[in-house]
Design a protein around this ligand. Sequence first.
Ligand code: HEC
Ligand code: HEC
Ligand code: HEC
Ligand code: HEC
Ligand code: HEC
Length: 233
Amino acid sequence: MSTIFPKWTNSLPTLAAAVAVGGLATVVGAMWYTFTPAYWNVGYMPVQPGGGFNHQLHAGKLGMDCRYCHTKVEESAEANIPNVATCYGCHAEGRLALYNTSAVHKEKTSFVREAYAEDKAIEWRRVHKVPDYVRNFPHDAHINAGVSCYSCHGNIARMAEVYQSQPLHMSWCLECHRNPEPNLVPKDMVFRLFEVEQRFAEKSSAQTRADEGKKFYEERHIAGPENCGACHY
Ligand code: HEC
Ligand code: HEC
Ligand code: HEC
Ligand code: HEC
Ligand code: HEC
């Protein structure tokens, strides 16, 4: 990379300056757009405490809503990770009547009670991360426009352990901003990933999806930004 990109492209102040001088910015952006491999981080799955938090079980089998834990995802830029107290609400000693006699279940969930007793956070490792010079990634704006978690994270409710399913690359952001229609779903479907999965998989309904997407796009007054400042300011 360093042979193609001089070191200064990495520094935030220079990037800001480049953004100010629109012409140069376009060149840098175009170069980056062309040369960076798009799929470098897909599949990234760091080792998590306690063997990881099982979304397949909680959000899939048990059908828990994403917002039970990611409580702020509709209202803020960040999708928060729940604290131990949220887990402890169910995993306190003897709380889940159906499971509290199973030695295996007790052992698998003991790290939750230990963390709670010691008043320590569980050190989950971050999976999805855009670099710091991307100053603005607002979850709320995307959710409220009717873009499902599914479009950017895949079907989390099928994952025993979360991994990165999309490249999160600049060209990936821009591709959707240029043509968001196919990714727009009815607003009450945003969190129901199995329904979104089905909607996206059904070839027979491709036309309906396109028509509906167009309708949503107009109704919701949506515009995914392409100007550098929107994401880098
Ligand atoms: C929709 C959001 C978005 C817009 C608009 C956008 N970028 Fe980016 N940009 C990103 C993301 C996300 C990354 C980090 C991922 C990557 O490396 O592609 C990035 C990375 C970069 C990098 C790589 C920086 C480095 O040091 O590695 C440069 C340079 C850059 N953008 C310049 C621009 C310029 C110039 C424009 C305007 C023409 C622009 N960007 C518009 C989201 C955006
Ligand atoms: C019972 C709580 C709970 C529910 C319900 C839940 N999550 Fe999570 N989620 C977590 C915890 C804890 C983590 C951090 C551990 C990890 O990354 O595996 C996490 C991590 C994630 C991550 C990765 C974060 C990162 O580091 O990049 C995504 C994406 C995510 N959840 C999406 C969802 C979606 C979508 C739903 C709904 C279908 C959902 N979650 C439902 C607790 C929950
Ligand atoms: C609404 C109740 C509820 C909440 C909140 C909850 N869980 Fe669970 N959890 C369950 C139930 C029920 C099971 C057992 C399901 C089964 O075995 O079919 C379970 C199972 C588990 C297991 C065992 C997994 C396995 O593979 O057998 C772990 C570990 C676990 N939970 C961790 C967590 C963590 C960490 C959190 C907080 C981020 C959390 N749970 C939040 C209800 C909950
Ligand atoms: C338009 C794409 C997009 C959509 C839609 C989206 N996310 Fe994300 N998500 C991202 C990106 C990009 C990141 C990394 C953001 C960063 O580094 O600041 C991320 C990060 C996260 C994280 C990690 C936050 C942290 O602080 O560790 C969680 C949790 C998460 N998303 C949950 C969700 C949930 C739940 C939904 C649906 C309700 C959702 N996301 C919808 C793109 C998306
Ligand atoms: C799957 C589609 C999709 C992807 C992928 C996506 N976006 Fe967006 N984004 C949208 C849509 C649709 C809007 C328009 C929201 C509106 O107008 O209300 C939007 C709006 C935005 C806005 C403006 C928010 C506002 O307040 O108006 C920013 C900033 C943004 N996106 C950043 C990003 C970045 C950074 C990435 C990549 C890391 C990304 N987006 C990836 C669909 C997407």
